[in-house]
Design a protein around this ligand. Structure first.
Ligand code: DAH
Length: 340
């Protein structure tokens, strides 16, 4: 009987996990103290028959040594360092966990958004898979315009009238079709072009479109908005210049250059020694585009502009290869901070 009890306690203490000083003391009291279970077994040694004494005595001593070993080890451990709970210093400064960076394109897109938000522009979005009407026809693209060519546009094989949008100008149409003027909105998003991927071109990139339609909107409003935008984004010293251009959906159309942000106009390899870099296309919304959206061009006029976010980011951060923006190489991405 006693032999079984000794074995039972030996098995029991073997399984015990002592966590801290409190656990060690509890263990001592339960098994080793004067009123503990092991001394109680020793008490009963008197009852053991003489012929069994040798063996039971041996087992009792082993049990006692085992228990003392466990207790000593636990006590040493808990004496060496405070317990888990005690180590928790609530006043200690936190251990910073590594945080991610925002993508450089998101940083730039947000900056653009903020500038236009302050001018009262709201944000609108549209689908990346577009039909011919929104991407081309309603924007006054002639039937034979090269942008409608397979070489420039990714058409959807199963639905040849659908394509991946080639620009965010399509969102202008969606907004104007469904709402009444005035419009003051920007439309950021991803666009696709059938181009061989290189350091300078990619088959997808990002644009922000801006549209302002109301009564009496003039080219002067456009120019002032552009100047304000350029100075907000690139600094107050920035100069702009407008060059006549052609887009089917604007008349007149222009392209805007800013004084080179790298050499301040003195000439460097970024601006190809011209002192100027092109950053966007713009113009007065073509009357046909307004008509296509059931807006009376006699009453309303507007301006639109569109820019590539990558292009702005390249200028701001002097990135040499467009592909870096979509490769998700952490060594590249870690270099950008939004300061927020
Ligand atoms: N959609 C043009 C492009 O992708 C950019 C653009 C030019 C947008 C002139 C406009 C604009 O709204 O007025 O190259």
């Amino acid at each position: 009987m006693l032999q079984e009890e000794i074995a039972g306690i030996a098995a029991e203490i073997d399984k015990i996990q002592i966590e801290d000083a409190i656990g060690a003391e509890q263990f001592r009291q339960t098994y080793l103290s004067k009123k503990g279970l092991i001394p109680a077994l020793f008490e009963r040694f008197k009852e053991v028959k003489p012929e069994d004494r040798k063996e039971i005595g041996r087992l009792l001593n082993i049990l006692k040594q085992q228990a003392e070993g466990i207790w000593k080890e636990a006590k040493e451990k808990s004496d060496a360092g405070p317990t888990k709970d005690e180590t928790f210093d609530f006043s200690a400064p936190g251990i910073p966990s590594p945080s991610g960076n925002r993508h450089p394109l998101s940083i730039v897109a947000d900056e653009i958004r903020e500038v236009f938000n302050r001018l009262g522009f709201t944000v609108a979005e549209g689908p990346e898979i577009e039909d011919d009407w929104h991407n081309f026809s309603a924007l006054n693209f002639p039937e034979e315009h090269p942008a409608r060519d397979m070489q420039d546009t990714f058409f959807i094989e199963q639905a040849p009238s659908m394509a991946l949008r080639t620009h965010t100008s399509s969102v202008q149409i969606r907004m104007m079709e469904r709402n009444k003027p005035p419009f003051r909105m920007i439309m950021p998003g991803r666009v696709y072009r059938n181009e061989a991927v290189s350091a300078r071109a990619h088959c997808f990139f990002h644009q922000v479109e801006a549209l302002y339609v109301d009564e009496n909107v003039s080219f002067a409003d456009l120019k002032q908005t552009l100047l304000h935008f350029a100075r907000e984004l690139f600094g107050t010293e920035t100069k702009i210049r407008l060059r006549p251009s052609y887009f089917p959906f604007t008349e007149p159309s222009a392209e805007m250059d800013i004084s080179c942000t790298v050499c301040s106009g003195k000439g460097c390899n970024i601006c190809k020694y011209s002192g100027w870099v092109e950053i966007l296309g713009c113009g007065m919304v073509h009357p046909n585009v307004l008509k296509n959206c059931n807006i009376d061009p006699e009453k309303y006029s507007g301006f639109a502009l569109g820019m590539g976010i990558e292009r702005i980011a390249i200028l701001k951060y002097q990135v040499k290869d467009l592909r870096l923006f979509s490769q998700n190489d952490i060594r590249f991405l870690k270099q950008f901070s939004s300061g927020k």
